[in-house]
Design a protein around this ligand. Sequence first.
Ligand code: DQA
Length: 147
Amino acid sequence: MSNQILLLSGPNLDQLGIRSPEIYGTETLAQHVTRFTSGATEHGFTVQHLQSNFEGDLIEAVRDARATSFAIVINAGALTHTSWALADALATFDGIKIEVHLSNPAAREPYRHVSTLAGVVDGTIAGFGSLSYTLALDAVRHKHTPA
Ligand code: DQA
């Protein structure tokens, strides 16, 4: 069985560090990914990370993950609130699926209150800044049954 986690980052997350730091903090995406990866490595997992500003790239990565990964951790950015196509793709992935957000979308603008992904993932972690990623890794470990 695979020990790989696919970490997906959606549109505009490549701008972390300069994008609305009062909401998302000052850490870059690379820093979040490095911390997530070193935590995962400590527990014997590998991490493949993809950031894309294009919905189709994320959909294809989810499809490819069926053959390569036992878990997907996804921060889909604003696609969280709009993409039924990404939700459909995630629904076809049988492994562990954790939705993660740095901010708490439920406490923000009304259009962020809907998540198309929430119904097809195991659970959602939101609102804890960089700690959200650490908690997402804990959630993967909690759901993971070693082979
Ligand atoms: C986000 C929340 C989304 O509403 C927003 O569009 C993002 C970032 C978060 O991590 O808090 O791009 O997913």
